[in-house]
Ligand binder design. Structure first.
Ligand SMILES: Nc1ncnc2c1ncn2[C@@H]1O[C@H](COP(=O)(O)OP(=O)(O)OP(=O)(O)O)[C@@H](O)[C@H]1O
Length: 248
C-alpha cells in the first residue's frame, strides 16, 4: 500500500467570531443556531480523523461555511490545530489563492521570480522555464509581463499564479475552486495540467462545488457538515450524502 501522506487525528480548530461579522447576512442565515457560544468562539472543524495515502485524489464536499477551506488551510500548515493533530509528509503546493503573494508594485516578471522563489523554485529553474510559464499564462500576460501587476486583471493574475504553481514539484496539491476562475480556454488548460500532475502520481485534495470537477479528478470523497466529517468514502458516496442533506 502507498505511504501515508496526510494523517489527521481528532483534528479540530477553534475560531473567534469577529463581532462585526455577526451582522453579515451569510452569518445570520447560514450559520444560524450553530454557534451560539456567548464568547463568540466556535469550532469550524472538529474531531476529524482520516488518512490519505500517496497518489489518492480526495474531493471535499459540503455546504457553504462547513469548514472545507479551513481543512485545506490546516493541511497547508497555514492554520495550527487547537485539538488533535495533522501530519503531512512532503511539500504542499497550495493552489488556494492563486494571486496571493503577488506584489502590485512589481512587474509580472519580477513577481514570477518572487513567488516562484518563495515556493522554493531556484532562480536558475525559473529562468530555464520562464518562457514556458509565461506562455501557459496566455497571450495577455505575455504581452504585459514587464508591466506592473497593478494593471493586470484578476484573471491575468490568476493565470500567472496557476502557471507558476503548476511548476512546483511538490507531491501534494491543494485546490480550492481553482477551475471556477478564468474563461473556458483557461479551464481546459487547468484540466490538462491537473491531469498531467495526477498522472505523475501526485496527491490531490480538491474543494469544489462543481460535481463534474469532483467526479473527474477524485476517487475518494469527504462530505463535511457543520465541521464534522460525515462521510469518508468514494466520491459518489460523498456526493450522494451531500444531495441527501441538501434535499432534506
Ligand atoms: N479567520 C476566521 N475567523 C473567524 N471565522 C472564520 C475565519 N475563517 C473562516 N471562518 C468561518 O469558519 C467557518 C468555516 O469556513 P470555511 O471557509 O472553512 O467554510 P467553507 O466550507 O470553505 O465555505 P464555502 O463553501 O463558502 O467556501 C465559516 O463559518 C466561516 O465564516
Amino acid at each position: 500500500m502507498a505511504e501515508k501522506i496526510i494523517e489527521a487525528d481528532g483534528l479540530g480548530i477553534r475560531f473567534v467570531r469577529n463581532r462585526r461579522r455577526q451582522l453579515r447576512l451569510r452569518e445570520l442565515f447560514i450559520h444560524r443556531g450553530r454557534r451560539t457560544g456567548d464568547d463568540g468562539r466556535f469550532w469550524p472543524l472538529r474531531d476529524l480523523t482520516f488518512t490519505v495515502r500517496a497518489g489518492e485524489t480526495v474531493g471535499v464536499i459540503g455546504r457553504n461555511g462547513t469548514g472545507k477551506s479551513t481543512l485545506l488551510r490546516l493541511i497547508a500548515g497555514v492554520l495550527i490545530p487547537d485539538e488533535g493533530a495533522i501530519r503531512v509528509s512532503g511539500d504542499v503546493a497550495p493552489l488556494l489563492e492563486l494571486s496571493a503573494g503577488f506584489s502590485s508594485d512589481l512587474t509580472g516578471r519580477e513577481n514570477l521570480y518572487l513567488v516562484g522563489g518563495l515556493h522554493g523554485l531556484s532562480s536558475a529553474y525559473l529562468k530555464r522555464h520562464f518562457d514556458e510559464i509565461v506562455s501557459f499564462a496566455g497571450e495577455q500576460v505575455e504581452r504585459a509581463i514587464d508591466s506592473s501587476v497593478r494593471h493586470y486583471s484578476s484573471g491575468m493574475k490568476v493565470r500567472l499564479g496557476f502557471a507558476i504553481i503548476s511548476h512546483l514539484p511538490h507531491p501534494i496539491l491543494l485546490m480550492d475552486e481553482v477551475t471556477a476562475v478564468g474563461d473556458a480556454e483557461f479551464r481546459q488548460r487547468c484540466y490538462a495540467t491537473i491531469d498531467r500532475l495526477l498522472g505523475e502520481g501526485r496527491t490531490l485534495v480538491l474543494v469544489s462545488h462543481n460535481e463534474n470537477d469532483l467526479t473527474r479528478f477524485c476517487r475518494r470523497g469527504f462530505y463535511l457538515d457543520a465541521g464534522r466529517l460525515i462521510v469518508d468514502g468514494t466520491i459518489d458516496e460523498a456526493l450522494a450524502a451531500y444531495h441527501g442533506a441538501v434535499e432534506r
